[in-house]
Write a protein that binds this ligand. Structure first.
Ligand SMILES: Nc1ncnc2c1ncn2[C@@H]1O[C@H](COP(=O)(O)OP(=O)(O)O)[C@@H](O)[C@H]1O
Ligand SMILES: [Mg+2]
Length: 399
């Protein structure tokens, strides 16, 4: 395949390792400076320029987008997606992972363990938010920090309030998060490629520091992960839309607590700690997937008027409970079931013989009107539009 690695650091360890791994496997690989692309929307088809000339055709792109160029970098990745070039990490996935609040919001409905988190804006709401996550000591995080910068442990509520107020006064948004004491300055970094963890390490903070980032002096060692940790890491990456990701987890008393999902994980620490060829695993995965460029399913399927994607919930009182999919009445209405979600498990393209249970969720494609009747009605919020008072009409007519 012909692969482009998007990076501004051609000499960095990770870039070098990925490039070498691709060459060793006989691929044609180029490291291209992300900032030298031009997004060309002047013709009938979306196109890209590189250093002022039309880009030759590529089969796959591996984005390594630094936090300081997220906006432009994700625009370039999005353009590759429009051109049907395979990328393991979508522009959406990368943007979502960059913002700690956005990532936490997206993961929060999928039964993934996370430290209790709160986000408020008004000073008057800060104190209660701290109490909601369990009181002091409490962790305060800048939404877009990396390498441990912008992560603060406040020992008391008063101190926490003062820190939050200071940060907000300089227009910085902060998360309020429960301090997971039992993790004792340690965390797990799992390197996810596709649907498996290819390498994992434990990071331990230096001295009395609670942040275990390598940039904060943390030390690393290889670990064998429990299946629960592996499954959580893979699911978190999948939900974020990232096929190559570094998932950071704290070891909570009740299992893994995901803190963040990194879309350009560094390879040096993890390859050194585990002695595993992580770069090779990434390149092999891209080689396998290159024929399946990421498709924004919802957008593509919604192109035919009146058709779209919807999630139908099978409620306990529903007639569908206990029936096989073929007898559920869905196919009579021309509704195709794409996936069946039961608890945390997912069955893709479920068979007609699959028996439905209460609380199943079906991701379906079909006529929106047909599906509407199967979606429980939302409480109506729309208010009637009131008539204007005569006084207001006169004022409007004679300004
Ligand atoms: N809620 C928490 N409880 C305990 N330790 C935490 C918590 N949040 C973060 N940490 C520690 O701080 C480090 C940095 O936090 P993280 O959210 O990953 O920010 P960054 O993006 O800067 O790496 C983590 O690796 C972990 O060691
Ligand atoms: Mg981190």
């Amino acid at each position: 395949m012909k692969l482009a690695i998007l990076s501004r650091a051609p000499r960095a360890y990770s870039t070098q390792r990925l490039r070498t791994a691709a060459l060793e496997r006989g691929h044609d690989v180029k490291v291209l400076n992300t900032l030298r692309f031009g997004i060309d929307l002047s013709n009938d088809e979306p196109d890209l320029q590189f250093r002022g000339r039309q880009l030759s055709s590529y089969d796959a792109v591996l984005p390594r987008i630094g936090a300081s160029i997220t906006y432009f970098g994700t625009a370039v990745v999005r353009q590759f997606e429009q051109m049907d070039v395979y990328t393991p990490n979508t522009a959406n996935g990368i943007s979502n992972s960059r913002d700690k609040l956005r990532a936490t919001q997206i993961l929060s409905r999928h039964n993934i363990g996370m430290p209790a988190t709160f986000f408020v804006r008004n000073r008057a709401d800060v104190k209660q938010a701290i109490e909601q996550v369990g009181g002091a000591p409490v962790v305060i995080k800048l939404l877009e920090g990396t390498q441990g910068i912008g992560v603060i442990l406040a020992p008391e509520v008063k101190v926490a309030e003062a820190i939050i107020e200071t940060l907000q006064s300089t227009s910085q948004n902060v998360l309020i998060q429960a301090f997971v004491k039992e993790s004792k300055g340690r965390d797990i970094r799992a390197l996810v490629v596709g649907d498996r963890v290819v390498a994992a390490m434990r990071r331990t903070a230096q001295g009395d520091e609670f942040r275990s980032n390598v940039h904060r002096g943390g030390s690393v060692e290889a670990v064998e992960l429990d299946p629960e940790y592996e499954a959580t890491a893979v699911r978190a990456a999948q939900i974020m839309g990232l096929r190559v990701a570094g998932v950071d987890m704290l070891e909570g008393n009740d299992g893994p607590l995901v803190m963040e999902v990194n879309s350009s994980p560094g390879l040096q620490g993890i390859e050194t700690a585990t002695r595993l060829d992580v770069a090779g695993a990434i390149i092999d995965f891209i080689g396998d997937q290159v024929d399946f460029p990421e498709i924004d399913v919802r957008q593509r399927l919604a192109v035919s008027t009146g058709y779209g994607v919807a999630e139908l919930a099978v409620h306990s009182g529903s007639e569908m409970v206990g029936k096989a999919l073929r007898d559920s009445g869905l196919s009579d209405r021309d509704i195709t079931v794409l996936t069946l979600h039961r608890g945390t498990s997912v069955t893709p393209s479920p068979r007609p013989s699959k028996v439905l249970e209460a609380e199943d969720r079906l991701l379906c494609f079909g006529k929106l009107e047909e599906m509407r009747s199967m979606i429980p009605e939302r409480p109506k919020r729309r208010r009637r539009v009131k008539k204007l008072a005569q006084k207001a009409i006169t004022a409007a007519e004679n300004p």
